[in-house]
Write a protein that binds this ligand. Structure first.
Ligand code: FES
Ligand code: FE2
Length: 469
């Protein structure tokens, strides 16, 4: 990594005890060897603890984001399994920006501006397939790789020909079955934006997974408010207190990996250990059993619960049990350490994409602005599951659209008990959005935690750089 190393000498990195250790101590005892890349912590700690609330609702700030952020950074577009056949395509909406991605050959993809060259009609409005790209208005037609094929009454458009009539493309990059696009004319390489992610996810093999469930929820909150609700686990004590007996929120670890053009935030919340906020009566044994029951209920219903020996390392036993359940379900070796089997580890890639390095909660998130209203946004989540060895990749689950006043539990029950947790998070969104707009003009900023809200700090620091504020 190209180092911009700034670690602060003055901060406490989590709060644990001998019985309820912080993440670094749990990971050091992990029974399975981890890659050195994964053990490597972050290289940067910001000091940016006040965020002006105006950037969560100002139309001017949203305009700057559109011009200098969303059209200049790598944006998650779709998974390869969303468009399995040549000609399959999906729209990619990033606020007011609209593109579409199409499979143009068995292993090739292209991304285009979603605008007809005739009078501007949107070319791809929903997932679709077909042998050509045809505008619904006057039927101008392009091949699946964007070359002009046909203009009805071509005699009336002599200025347009196959040489100048191709659809304008945007850059496209791929990693692990994910497709990203970038509308900048000369973008930085995707590899720089992904930074440590490919190395840290090597054993997780995202390329051998598929989208088992998926939703996109409309929210009464700015996209940054929504994303920030996932960039810290400090809110567990207030919002999800039922998780305290088996999730070490205060023992969580936060890392920032910063290179000249890479900004990754990592959050690791250890499972199978009670939070320091949990009552003294909460035991590590109960925490381990809760994690096992959760894994069984959601991923391994056929597999018997483990018989844990309270005298031995509980996390190591749980890791072994989960690897056995995984091997039974998918006919292959998980090949991953206890931490990946148990903990809630997620990586954020600047500005608005997140992927979990977690077999328990293998999610992918994408936070996108609303086309016209900075007080609204979309939260998209996918469940990225492995599939059995020797079987073809299952088709991608279609996206369930969830309205402002609908719950994730009622519309996307495939997310199991996590749907309830999402709904708890979603309940906070309109309150945050309303509260920041009602703040005293003389105290118009947040006060972020030095350590636990470090990723949020770094995101705003980086936003300032992109928007040149
Ligand atoms: S607007 Fe597309 S063919 Fe007329
Ligand atoms: Fe939450």
């Amino acid at each position: 990594m190209n180092e911009i190393s700034t670690k602060r000498p003055d901060i406490l990195r989590g709060y644990g005890s001998a019985e309820r250790p912080v993440t670094a101590e749990l990971w050091a005892k992990d029974s399975q060897a981890k890659s050195p890349a994964m053990l490597e912590g972050g290289n940067y700690e910001p000091a940016h603890q006040h965020v002006d609330y105006a950037r969560y609702y100002s139309p001017e700030y949203a305009r700057l984001e559109r011009e200098k952020l969303f059209s200049k950074t790598w944006q998650f577009a779709c998974r390869e399994e969303d468009i399995p056949n040549i000609g399959d395509r999906v729209p990619v909406e990033i606020g007011p920006l609209s593109f579409f991605v199409i499979r143009s050959a068995p292993d090739a993809f292209k991304a285009f501006y979603n605008t007809c060259l005739h009078r501007g009609t949107k070319l791809c409005n929903k997932p679709a397939g077909g042998d050509e790209i045809r505008c619904p208005f006057h039927a101008w037609e392009w091949s699946v790789d964007g070359r002009l094929q046909r203009i009805p009454s071509h005699w009336d458009f002599t200025a347009v020909n196959p040489r100048n009539g191709s659809l304008p493309e945007v850059h496209l990059g791929r990693w692990g079955g994910f497709i990203f696009i970038n509308a900048d004319e000369t973008p930085l390489p995707l590899e720089e934006a992904l930074s440590v992610i490919p190395a840290h996810f090597a054993a997780f093999q995202p390329e051998r997974r598929y989208t088992k469930a998926r939703f996109r929820k409309l929210l009464d909150a700015n996209w940054k408010i929504s994303q920030e609700a996932f960039q810290e686990s400090y809110h567990v004590v207030g919002t999800h207190p039922e998780g305290l007996p088996f999730n070490g929120d205060s023992q969580a670890q936060y890392d920032i990996y910063r290179t000249p053009h890479g900004h990754i935030g990592r959050q690791i919340v250890p499972s199978a250990v009670p939070s320091m906020h949990a009552p003294a009566s909460a035991t590590n044994f109960e925490a381990a059993m809760a994690s096992a029951m959760l894994a069984k209920a959601w991923h391994y219903p056929e597999f018997p619960l483990p018989e844990l020996d309270p005298g031995q390392d509980l996390r190591a036993q749980l890791g072994d049990w989960m690897r056995a359940a995984y091997a039974d379900a998918y006919q292959r070796d998980a090949g991953q350490p206890d931490s990946t089997m148990l903990d809630s580890t997620l990586y954020f890639m600047f500005p608005n994409f997140a992927v979990w390095l977690s077999e328990l909660i293998p999610f992918v998130y994408h936070f996108t602005p609303h086309p016209t209203d900075p007080n609204k946004s979309y939260f998209e989540a996918r469940l990225l599951m492995p599939y059995a060895e020797g079987t073809p990749r299952p088709p991608s689950s279609p996206c369930i659209e969830i309205g402002l006043h609908e719950t994730i539990m009622e519309k996307a029950p495939a997310f199991g008990f996590l749907a309830l947790i999402f709904d708890q998070d979603m309940g906070n969104m309109p309150l945050i959005q309303a509260g920041v707009q009602a703040a005293n003009p003389k105290r118009h900023h947040s006060q972020l935690g030095t350590y636990q809200e470090m990723i949020i700090q770094h995101w705003h620091e980086t936003l300032d750089e992109y928007l040149a504020l």
